[in-house]
Design a protein around this ligand. Structure first.
Ligand SMILES: [Zn+2]
Length: 461
């Protein structure tokens, strides 16, 4: 703009000068080396102007020619530096693949210097530092990445992984929330975010994050990616179950029941969800629903935990009537081990000793467990066979232990399912264990993202 104005002013000025000269023209006379020259002032001025312009043009052309080699050298040099930088980046990637973190660190540092702190070089430097276990350096680099629009996401992901690794749940949640706000559709980050919410036991937030994860894929991908969908459903069921527990503690029992229902509907075969809903019904006094649920579940898979709730539901029912109800319950699944056990228990209470013995024998044929041997001892005792009773009690101590909830990480036994093992501080390790060939720590489940993985941060999920 300024240049144009200057140019226009110059043109205007020149026109004024030219007009003035034409109006006030005169003659210039010169005698030089025997020549007599006579010309008008305007013509001389014009020739002089041409000469000045010619000189200026010649000066710039000469300067350009003189400078050309050094300029060329400069361009060549910068190209050379970029090439060297890229070469160092290649070496970094190769070193990372080899697992040579020291070399990766050195190459990444060189690449950063040569490439003048290009975000790509910083990203590799961060990754190398992360792998080498230099947490502070890695965090510093990931923070640097936040400054570039193109790498902000990677920076957040790296910082989140670092915070998770050092167990700083509070900080990780702050980053997770920020990441979710900045990149609401970035599903690559969500598994980390979800793992974080789980670790912080922030179930409502976790469920919201899971919703986001499910949305971008929609209906078609559910068919295309059934495993993906199954995994999400599992996580959602866990989220709703744990949210229900929180609501139960807050005495919001109706909300809790609806949360447990969600968990149960998402994973109908998952026992902890079934039991949570069942217990909530019983606590709220919805005994009809509880009874129906036990019958439905028993039809599919009889279970010790269901039997326990069946007896609790009918703890005021007279023993003989309870035996009748037990017969009704097992009628849809009469040959199951748990059905024999439940009937034996009810028959013994009702003092139907013959029936109790038949059912106990059927169950013992399948598996000789401590509780079955004890029931047998009780039966012998009640029938006056002291010696037999003692024999069964001895057998009880040598038999299989009863199925129960066990932490797979440390082998600790529990009376009920829980998300968190208080003995070893692991989560999602407590499962129902039928047999007892347990080797503690043999089946460690996946542990969120707490450990530095071999995958680079841009791939890690
Ligand atoms: Zn444990």
């Amino acid at each position: 703009m300024i240049r144009t104005l200057l140019f226009l002013s110059a043109v205007a000025l020149l026109s004024l000068v030219a007009a003035w000269m034409v109006q006030n023209d005169g003659m210039i006379t010169a005698d030089w080396m025997g020549y007599h020259i006579e010309a008008s002032v305007a013509a001389v001025s014009f020739i002089l102007l041409l000469a000045v312009v010619g000189l200026v043009v010649a000066f710039f052309a000469l300067r350009h020619t003189v400078r050309a080699p050094s300029r060329f050298l400069q361009i060549f040099r910068s190209q050379n530096v970029t090439e060297k930088g890229l070469h160092q980046l290649t070496l970094t990637v190769a070193a990372l693949a080899e697992g040579d973190t020291k070399k990766a660190l050195a190459c990444a540092a060189k690449a950063e210097r040569l490439l003048d702190d290009q975000p790509l070089a910083t990203l590799f430097a961060a990754e190398a530092a992360r792998r080498a276990g230099y947490a502070d350096e890695a965090e510093h680099k990931f923070t640097e990445l936040l400054g570039h629009k193109t790498t902000e996401f990677l920076g957040l992901k790296g910082l989140l992984a670092e915070a998770t690794r050092r167990g700083d749940t509070k900080e990780a949640l702050v980053i997770a929330r920020k990441a979710q706000q900045r990149f609401p559709r970035a599903t690559g980050l969500l598994p980390l975010v979800i793992a974080m919410y789980k670790q912080g036991q922030q179930w409502s937030e976790m469920l919201r994050a899971l919703d986001t994860l499910e949305k971008p894929y929609g209906f078609f991908s559910r068919q295309k990616r059934p495993n993906h969908s199954i995994h999400i459903r599992k996580e959602q069921a866990l989220g709703w179950l744990m949210r229900g527990r929180q609501l139960m503690q807050e005495q919001r029992k109706d909300d809790a029941i609806s949360a447990f229902k969600d968990a149960h509907n998402l994973q109908p075969e998952w026992l902890p969800a079934t039991l949570a809903l069942l217990d909530a019904y019983m606590e709220k006094g919805h005994l009809m629903q509880a009874g129906r649920m036990i019958r439905d579940a028993w039809r599919k898979t009889p279970h010790t935990e269901l039997a326990r709730r069946f007896f609790r539901l009918h703890d005021k029912t007279p023993a003989k009537k309870l035996y009748k109800l037990s017969e009704q319950l097992v009628s849809k699944n009469p040959h199951h081990f748990e059905s024999h056990r439940l009937l034996a228990d009810a028959a013994l209470e009702a003092e139907f000793f013959k029936e109790a013995r038949t059912q106990l024998k059927l169950a013992l044929e399948e598996r000789e467990t401590t509780s079955l041997c004890n029931l047998m001892a009780e039966l012998e005792e009640k029938e006056g066979n002291r010696e037999e009773a003692d024999r069964w009690r001895k057998r009880a101590s040598n038999s299989y232990m009863d199925a129960t909830w066990i932490c797979h990480a440390c082998g600790h036994h529990y009376n009920a399912w829980d998300y968190h093992c208080s003995a070893c501080d692991e989560t999602e390790t407590i499962e129902w264990e039928n047999s007892h060939r347990i080797l503690p720590g043999s089946s460690m489940k996946y542990q969120a993202v707490a450990k530095a993985s071999d995958k680079p941060i841009w791939e890690e999920v």
